[in-house]
Write a new protein. Structure first.
Length: 117
């Protein structure tokens, strides 16, 4: 079992920044990927960014490339999503997820990000 706790969401004006955190606990020894998805009102959940636990390679949705940066804490099990130049269309609930090597996925409860114009 893996538990995920997200934090860092909030209300920000367009052009501003927020930093989301995702703290993982439990059996994280077989972590393969950690990342973020988001879901805006009335829309399906969509991929935002991910980082491989070994090697640290990253991937981003086209809509956030150049504005968002995903990183991890070398010493622990925390992943960060630095979000800069935020736009109203970034408004959504952001969910952290962990993908294990055996294929299991775990999701956090989400954190609300609201960007005002």
């Amino acid at each position: 079992q893996v538990q995920l706790v997200e934090s860092g969401g909030g209300l920000v004006q367009a052009g501003g920044s927020l930093r989301l955190s995702c703290a993982a606990s439990g059996d994280t020894s077989s972590t393969y990927t950690v990342g973020w998805h988001r879901q805006a009102p009335g829309k399906e959940r969509e991929f935002v960014a991910r980082i491989r636990w070994s090697g640290y390679s990253t991937a981003y949705a086209e809509s956030v490339k150049g504005r968002f940066t995903i990183s991890r804490d070398n010493a622990g099990s925390t992943v960060f999503l630095q979000m800069n130049t935020l736009k109203p269309e970034d408004t959504a609930i952001y969910y952290c997820y962990v993908n294990l090597r055996n294929g299991q996925d775990y999701w956090g409860q989400g954190t609300q990000v609201t960007v005002s114009s």
